[in-house]
Structure formats: structure tokens, C-alpha cells
Design a protein around this ligand. Sequence first.
Ligand code: NDP
Length: 617
Amino acid sequence: MPEGIQVKVRTEGSAVNGTVEKKAIDKEALRQKYMEERNKRLRPDGNAQYVRIEDQLSHYLDDPYVEFKERAPKSDHVTVAFIGGGYAGLVTGARLAEQGVTDVRIIEKGGDFGGTWYWNRYPGAMCDTASFIYMPLLEETGHMPTEKYAHAPEILEHCRRIGNQYGLYDNALFHTQVKTLRWDGEARVWRITTDRGDDFTAQFVAMGTGPLHVPKLPGVPGIEDFKGHSFHTSRWDYDYTGGDENGAPLSKLADKRVALIGTGATAVQCIPHLASACRTFYVCQRTPSSVDVRDNVKTDPDWFREMATPGWQQRWMENFTLNQTGGDAQEDLVQDGWTDLSRRIRSKINELPEADRGNPLKMLEAYEDSDFEKMEEIRDRIDSVVEDGETAYRLKAWYRQLCKRPCFHDEYLDAFNEPSTVLLDTDGKGVERITEKGVVVGGREYEVDCIIYGTGFEVGTELAHRAGFETVGRDGITLTDYWKDGMRTKHGINVHGFPNAFWVQPTQGANLISNIPHNIVESGMTIAMMIRHALDGGYQTVEVTEDAEDAWLELLKTGPGMMLGSPDCTPGYYNNEGQPIPEAAKMNVGYPAGATAYFRYIKAWRESGDFEGIEFA
Ligand code: NDP
């Protein structure tokens, strides 16, 4: 272990006669270590460090999965246009179909439905939240997830299943990107143009464009100079690597030297596959991920049959949300890393003397204690699996668990015991340069045949927010202008000045990050019911009033503020790369009383049939 970067941990007990070793944690030393590691990684350029994929780099965006098909441009009218063919579009389309609205056109830049699951086909890709709550409409489609954490091909297939069952393929436009979206106040329709020459209208438009759809490359010089092969993890090149997305070995890498840049949630999943396949495999690490136990298991069909009584998936989702967001759930149906963390925090709070339980400082202290314990367990697991002490030390994450996307995996750590795997830890500095022949780390060039960029997606940038087009509402106001001082919505769904438009995303609604589909399922239903109501009443427009939007924002301001993204955390996309959160992002919050309360509220709101705050005209 390198000198000077040890953290003092006093051991109080040891594993004698099967008793679990109990550590006393030097909290002050850990706090200091966390801060040192964070400071090492702070950089003034923040998000600007990343390289946008355009011009001569645009080949990194090419679709390796589905062949581009010529088609005639559309110039017709549809009742609903939905931008984005991921979960949001599929679920909203399904909910609309259930409400009898079938004239729905989904516009999708990929060659099929699936969204993130269309693009992310890297080996080992699987969901990180239990399939039973992560895969939407399981009950409606009758599908039983084959594993607690389903692999990507099964999820993609499920997306296609939803598309087929609800007739969403019939009118969908694939490999199509919206270029302009403009409200025509006279005709009271949205006019949509695309990069395929389409120019059509829709009475209603909804959007689920996701925050993680534009890949990015690391901000290091020389990317264009590399003469070997390279690709981003969201465009996996199986022609080059061999194998397939179902897990067949990456046989063409047996004589190859490969560098993977990044150790985020994506890398954690594909590293075990690369480790066993390459002649030499370099893992270029800037910040280690926290990787907890996954415990994936196959689903027992007998158990599933018995469990899946009517309404089961809604019950499971609600139970997870209640457990995960600090509710007083009597049972934990999902039992995973997310609910474990919440259970621990709750039990720490319950250990507090009665008088301290309502004291926010004491509660925060209890939260910190449970986090320290969890992270120590995660770090100790590395020592118990990774054989080389130096590598084990370098793989340890020194920050609180929710500072970055928590990862869970059962084979990740073992990958570092493969003789061909070399961890190139950059001690927070990152890869310095790409050359014609390879990567430069710590001043040394490592020659490779292939570089794989596991460097994530644009999140905090203008490009990510705009989804590649501008939305122009009533009287020519752009969404960018309307939101220049921060997001303004009611429920995260309706925006004043943008009639007949709906957004499907969690912010300013439940804001439940640990299971995004739960937000989508609820929003999809809410939107479908508003559209049904408008059609039944012969209304031409549906719009949130200015007062109702203001009141919603005032309500949001009474909440605790942004939960993720503490500036004390190690930099990453959760906290704007450690830079101050821009004023305009401060309203990226959720319902003050929490996700469970929001879901109860929104169900009552839409089912009342009043749609309070929305004007139907
Ligand atoms: P991330 O943004 O999480 O990770 C990018 C990685 O690239 C980080 O490790 C980052 O390091 C590293 N990096 C950037 N620049 C450099 C550099 N110059 N040198 C070395 N390393 C560098 O992207 P992912 O694709 O891993 O994940 C994105 C998100 O997608 C996840 O957070 C999660 O929300 C989602 N996801 C979900 C999955 C699931 O549910 N199954 C699976 C995979 C992803 P640093 O940390 O220092 O910035």
C-alpha cells in the first residue's frame, strides 16, 4: 500500500468463533481522506473537460446495430407525437392505447424501440434495479423476468414486446431525429420537422428524451490521432471484439491489447467480460466506483406464479419506493442494495435516544455513520477478493456511497485477478493523452490495438438539455428562454406557454432516481388521462395556468432542495463535476414530502377528473 494514504481504522474485535469482526471507524480520518481525494479530482473546467462528439468524431455515434432504411417523408397529422422510443415513449404509448388513443407516432433516433437499452448492448449490460420493478408493464404483458437483475437483451426484447402489444410499431419513425418543434397557435397543433424530411403536425406532443442519450469522450488531447480501433461503450463493435450481447466470449480479442477508459457503472459491468477475453487488458481508472454485492439469481417460476397476484407490480414498486425513501414500510419485497442502505439509515436513526430523533443534526450524523459502515464493508470486500494488495487498495472508493452512482456486481473484483488485466490507476488525474499507438498514463505510453471509451454521457450540458432540438411554444417563446432561470413546470409534466405538450421525466415530480420507471409509469398514466379528457370534451388545448405553475414552484421551494450532488462529494455528473450548482439548476428538485407522497398525490389528482391547475379550452 502506498505510503501516506492509509486511513487509520482501529479494529476492536476479531472474527473469533464465527463472531463478525467489528470495526471502530475513525470518522475524522475518513472525512479527511474523502476530502483529500475529492480535492485531487476537482478541476476548473468541470463539464467542459469532455469532448463533444461531432465533426470528425461523429463516427463514434454511428449505429452499429440496425441498418438504415430509406422511407418517404411524412406530411400528415397525428393525434399524439411522442419524441423518444425508450421506456417513456413506450409506457405513455401503452397508457394511451389503454385509454383508446391509438393514433400515436413515436419518433426515435435509434433503429428500434428501447432507448438506453437500444444503445447500450455492451457485454454484461444488465439492470441495476430489480427487474420486477425496473421493467415496466410486466403484469400487462405477462412477462416474468428470468433473473432478479435482467440482462440487456431481455430488457430490449421487453421493449419490443410492449411496442408490439400496444401497436406502437405501426406508426413509429425510427432512425429519425426531430429538428424543430413549434406550436402553431392558429391551427392549434404542433408542427414537427425531422432530419428525414418529415414535416407533419400533431395535436399533442410528449417527450421522453432522457438525460443519458448523448455519449461523450474524455477531455484528453490526441483522440483523433489514435491509429488503432476505438468505440464508445454505447456503440459496441461486436464485429471487432467477437462475441455477442448475449454473453458469447469476445473471441476476437484473444490476440489484442485493449484499454478501457472509465470505471463507472458501464465499465463495472463490461470489465469482467473483457478481462477474460483480451491478451492484455488495461483498465484506466480516474475514480474508483463503489461496487457492492449484486447477488443476482434466476427467478423461480413457481415462486413468481404464486407471488404475481393482480396488482403485484404496482405493489412492488410502491414498496420499493417506500423502503428506499425512508418510509415506514413493514416489509421489504425487493431486498437489494438500495433498500439495504435505507434500512441501515433507518435503524441507525431508531437507535438514537428518543430526544434526538427529530433533531436534523443527529439524523445527519446517523446517516453519515451508516454510510461509513457501508463503505467500509465495500472496501473490505475488495481486500477479500482482489489478490494483489496494491491493486486492491487502488480499487477503493473514498467518498460517500451516493456521491456517485452506486454499483453492484458479483464478478467485477475477480476480473482484477486475471493475469491479463492491468489496473492503470491515475490517482484522480485521468488518462493524460491519446497517441497514435495508445494511451498515456502517469507519463508512460501503453501501446494498444483498441481503445474503448466507457466515459459516459452528456448530462449537465446544454446539448443534453435540448435533446438536439428547440421547443418553441406560444408566441414564439423557446423552452430554453422560458427555463433560463430554472425549470418551470407543474408536476414536471406541463409547462405554461407550451399548450398540448407533456414532459415525461422525474424532476419536479417524484424525482425518484433509484427507479426511474416508477416515475415514468405514473407520468404516462397522468398524461394519457389528460389527453383522454381533452378528446372526450372536444377541447383543443390543454395548458397549465401561470398561477398553478407558480404555486407548484412555491411548493417545491419548501422542500429540502437538491438531494444529490453535494459539493463535498468527489466530482461527477451527480454534482456538476464538483463545480457550484448553477442557479438555474436549483429547481431540479422533487415533491417536498417525498416520492411516495407524490405518487399518492398524483394518483388522486388525475383520478379526481378535475385536473386542478390545468385549463382545457
Ligand atoms: P459515467 O459518467 O458514470 O462514468 C464515466 C467514467 O469515465 C468515469 O469513471 C470517469 O471518471 C471516467 N473518465 C472520464 N474522463 C476520464 C479520463 N480523462 N481518464 C480516465 N477516466 C475518465 O458513465 P457510465 O457510462 O459508466 O454510466 C453513466 C450512467 O448510466 C450511470 O451513472 C447510470 O446512471 C447509468 N448506467 C446504468 C446502468 C444500470 O442501471 N444497469 C449500467 C450502466 C450505466 P470519474 O469518475 O473520475 O469522472
